[in-house]
Ligand binder design. Structure first.
Ligand code: NAD
Length: 534
């Protein structure tokens, strides 16, 4: 199915419903790309994966542009950190409203830059709005200072503050071009930091449209700046200057960034790859598990860090689950549509198509069977690939342990729950896991799964959508957490301020050290017998 213009397509300001002409108007491209800090006069053409048609000429930033962004950011940060918490919170609530009000154009841009379906683009709108509202509402609590027990009750007063780190560098990927661009930085600016960001070169327009909304919501220009260019050049320059780095991308790039950050002893959070397992437990409802697995494996064509790529099914259910799952997967609709009528969209690029094709061919060469799918679909667009289910995948196959990051899942049988836990925990990654089946059993098993998020009777959305809950990876899937309180405090330094009154902690000058030590020892013994916390 190829639907580039449908009868239900409504008028979109700046975006043409037909890909036969420029999909985004020149005026809109100019307005958005004008937000990039760039003085080079050079540009790079971006293309939509739906048709490989040109989308925009995007200015490239130089190393001088990155330096200028950091200079401006450092000045802006001092002023920004001095603004009232309630004003920053109101700005985030306004952002929530603006994201919902402009969702049409945001979804168009997400789809055009990533090739995903409308419903998967909407997931991003939802996640960004939820994140803005969550931190907007919770900011007073998070940013507030707290009193601690002093070394001498009443005489020593200690208060703990959460002070901003300074300039946060954010490097984001193409697969969730809206929410990965903005959601991570929301708690950063809420805490009084400012941001210098490099969105992925594939998806700058979506990130820029989000930046435009943030500025409309009230963020001053230098509080969030965007630069553009190659990760190895512009990304590295950000990593070399930022006071904290928030990176989302591959484990290989994240490892290099961690090394650079370690040389400067600056903090970082890394959201990296995964080879996420789902276990269908004995007693699971096969139809519900199969339905859940479709969403878990093929959302955004599997180009999702928390996507399921390994499916372990108990012997007693295997045949029924396989039939129910394959029936659903083989009837999924594929296409390039800006409407809500398609189940799965395109891969993002030629290199993604190459990886998926290679993983399928290599698995088959090593003994695997293609149960459904397994083919590229150039008839639909240059990078389409069918949702694919494999069986009999052997450890020799690349896709056995390596992340595919595409619409490819392998089915495996298991005999005992112990074996399933061991299989799920195999490998290097530890991002997300899913358990389908009786909730009490799944809850007992969850703590034994080595993954930062475990979803019961859901693929990934129960945790990813719950923005009050921290989300991130164990093992080589990353370090640090986005979302929740941890997603905020990563951008702050904890500072303790102690006030001493009446006598110094070392004792009054008039009392010699030995009797003072005896008094302190006596006091410690007394306090030990009381309910006073010290
Ligand atoms: P990538 O690491 O190649 O690129 C990600 C970003 O890093 C891009 O903006 C890129 O320009 C930049 N970059 C590249 N090299 C850089 C360098 N040397 N220094 C600084 N920045 C650099 O990743 P990708 O292949 O584009 O994205 C897919 C990967 O991202 C997958 O492995 C996926 O699992 C992971 N991912 C993880 C999450 C998560 O939340 N855990 C979310 C999305 C994607």
């Amino acid at each position: 199915m190829l639907v580039l213009m449908s009868s239900t397509t409504t008028a979109r300001p700046g975006v043409s419903p037909s890909l036969s002409e420029a999909p985004v108007s020149a005026a809109r491209v100019a307005a958005l790309t004008g937000l990039i800090r760039s003085t080079t006069g050079e540009s790079r053409t971006t293309r939509t994966p739906f048709t490989d048609q040109a989308l925009a000429e995007v200015p490239v930033s130089s190393l001088d542009d990155v330096d200028a962004a950091f200079d401006a950011a450092r000045v802006a940060q001092v002023r920004w950190a001095g603004t009232a918490v309630r004003d920053r919170a109101s700005m985030l609530i306004r952002l929530h409203d603006l994201v919902l009000a402009h969702q049409g154009e945001l979804m168009d841009l997400i789809q055009l830059e990533s090739g995903k379906t409308r419903k998967h683009a909407y997931d991003e709108v939802l996640h960004l709005a939820l994140t803005a509202r969550y931190y907007g509402r919770r900011l007073r609590h998070l940013a507030g200072s707290s009193r601690k027990v002093g070394v001498f009750p009443l005489i020593t007063q200690v208060t703990v503050h959460h002070v901003p780190k300074g300039v946060v560098g954010i490097i984001s990927p193409w697969n969730y071009p809206l929410t990965m661009a903005l959601a991570d930085g929301i708690p950063a600016i809420a805490a009084g930091n400012v941001v210098v960001q490099k969105p992925d070169s594939q998806s700058p327009l979506t990130a820029l449209a989000a930046l435009e909304l943030l500025r409309k919501a009230g963020a001053p220009t230098d509080v969030w700046q965007m630069v553009s260019g190659a990760g190895s050049v512009v990304g590295t320059a950000i990593v070399q200057q930022a006071d904290y780095i928030c990176f989302t991308g591959s484990t290989a790039t994240g490892t290099g960034i961690a090394k650079l950050a370690a040389e400067r002893l600056v903090g970082y959070s890394l959201e990296l790859g995964g080879k996420n397992p789902m276990i269908v437990l004995p007693g699971a409802d096969v139809e519900k598990a199969a339905e859940g697995a479709v969403g878990a494996c093929f959302s955004s064509a599997g180009q999702l860090c928390v996507s399921i790529e390994r499916l372990y099914v108990h012997d007693s259910l295997y045949d029924d689950f396989r039939d129910a799952f394959v029936r659903r997967v083989s009837s999924m609709s594929l296409g390039a549509s800006l409407d809500w009528d398609v189940d799965m969209g395109s891969l993002v690029s030629a290199s993604q198509l190459e990886t998926v094709t290679k993983h399928v061919d290599d698995a088959v060469a090593n003994g695997a069977t293609v149960v459904t799918g397994g083919r590229a679909r150039p008839d639909l667009g240059p990078y389409f690939f069918e949702p694919t289910v494999l069986e009999d995948v052997t450890p020799a196959a690349e896709c056995f342990a390596e992340e595919t990051f595409g619409p490819l899942v392998s089915l495996y049988r298991y005999g005992s729950v112990e074996e399933a836990v061991e299989l799920a925990n195999a490998g290097e990654y530890g991002l997300n896991a899913s358990l389908f089946g009786p909730v009490p059993l799944a809850k007992r098993l969850a703590p034994r799964i080595k993954a930062g998020t475990v979803n019961i009777n859901e693929g990934f959305a129960a945790t990813f959508g719950s923005v009050d809950a921290p989300m991130g990876g164990m093992r080589t899937s990353g370090t640090g957490r986005r979302q929740g309180d941890e997603g905020f405090y990563r951008y702050t330094e904890t500072q303790s301020v102690g006030v001493q009154r009446l006598v110094p902690v070392a004792g009054p000058a008039a009392i010699p050290a030995k009797p003072y030590a005896a008094v302190l020892t006596f006091l410690l013994r007394v306090l030990r017998r009381t309910t006073v916390r010290r």
